[in-house]
Design a binder for this molecule. Structure first.
Ligand SMILES: Nc1ncnc2c1ncn2[C@@H]1O[C@H](COP(=O)(O)OP(=O)(O)OP(=O)(O)O)[C@@H](O)[C@H]1O
Length: 241
């Protein structure tokens, strides 16, 4: 998947906009009185080639931030821009199908499909054309990378353990070859070795394939292996120097 090189008029020659830019982003969930404001006036850029982690206490709004950045919801105030284009103008569905993949805490796998079919179906939606071989072959390769062999790949996802389902979700997002990959606690259900393997994949996506990877986590270990550590607290996002 490629990022549009320019925005605005074809004649524009200014510097390239950030891959993802949040400007004045605030988010309030409806509720009694004025509702609950979870995110407050967040300004931040996410760039290619960088693996970010976002830490923060439970309930601080990490998942909310990820859902706005991943185009699953729109902020109540402010803008989210992909390569300079407002997501509402680009279309959230189009953004999710072409440019951003999210690994959810609940995996969100299609439960009537096998692990392999979950990966190939997502590749079809994002129109991935592997450099060599078929989508099926590429899907099996990525599943293998996350430690799932052919036999496991051919099983219905409901017949997999929680950790195996999590790995299918990681493989599905990786195989989509989009510019931005978001993940909510992607190593939460995994043993140490498998978790390290998943972190290795995220690092390689950022550093070798120039993608942007943003991971929400409670794991200091994962954060220590990311390039930039952000902290969300009381609705504000700050970067650890
Ligand atoms: N759909 C919703 N409607 C109303 N309130 C919500 C909704 N989703 C989340 N919240 C509230 O927003 C706040 C932030 O939730 P969020 O899930 O973003 O936090 P988090 O930092 O990801 O938490 P955790 O680390 O426990 O997963 C919480 O107080 C939560 O109860």
């Amino acid at each position: 998947m490629t990022t549009p090189k320019t925005t605005g008029s074809p004649a524009s020659t200014g510097p390239r906009p950030p891959l993802l830019r949040l400007d004045g982003v605030s988010h309030t969930y409806p509720g009694p009185r004025r509702g609950t404001t979870v995110l407050k006036d967040i300004d931040h850029s996410f760039e290619r080639g960088v693996f970010y982690s976002i830490l923060g206490p439970s309930g601080s709004g990490k998942t909310t931030l990820l859902s706005l950045a991943g185009g699953l919801d729109s902020p109540t105030r402010g803008t989210v821009r992909f390569a300079g284009r407002d997501l509402t103008e680009l279309g959230l569905g189009r953004y999710r199908n072409r440019h951003a993949a999210t690994i959810f805490q609940q995996h969100n796998l299609l439960t009537y499909m096998t692990a392999l079919q979950n990966v190939t179906a997502a590749m079809e939606i994002t129109r991935v054309r592997p450099a060599t071989g078929s989508r099926r072959a590429r899907a099996l390769e990525v599943l293998e990378q996350v430690g799932l062999d052919r036999e496991t790949a051919g099983r219905n996802v409901l017949r997999l353990s929680g950790g195996q389902q999590q790995r299918v979700a990681v493989a599905r997002a990786v195989a989509c070859e989009v510019d931005l990959l978001f993940a909510d606690e992607p190593t939460g259900n995994l043993d140490e070795d498998t978790a390290e393997g998943v972190i290795d994949i995220f690092r390689a996506l950022a550093h070798e394939q120039d993608r942007c990877v943003v991971v929400v986590t409670h794991s200091q270990r994962l954060a220590a292996r990311s390039d930039r550590v952000l902290t969300l607290r009381r609705g504000r996002l700050t970067e650890r120097s």
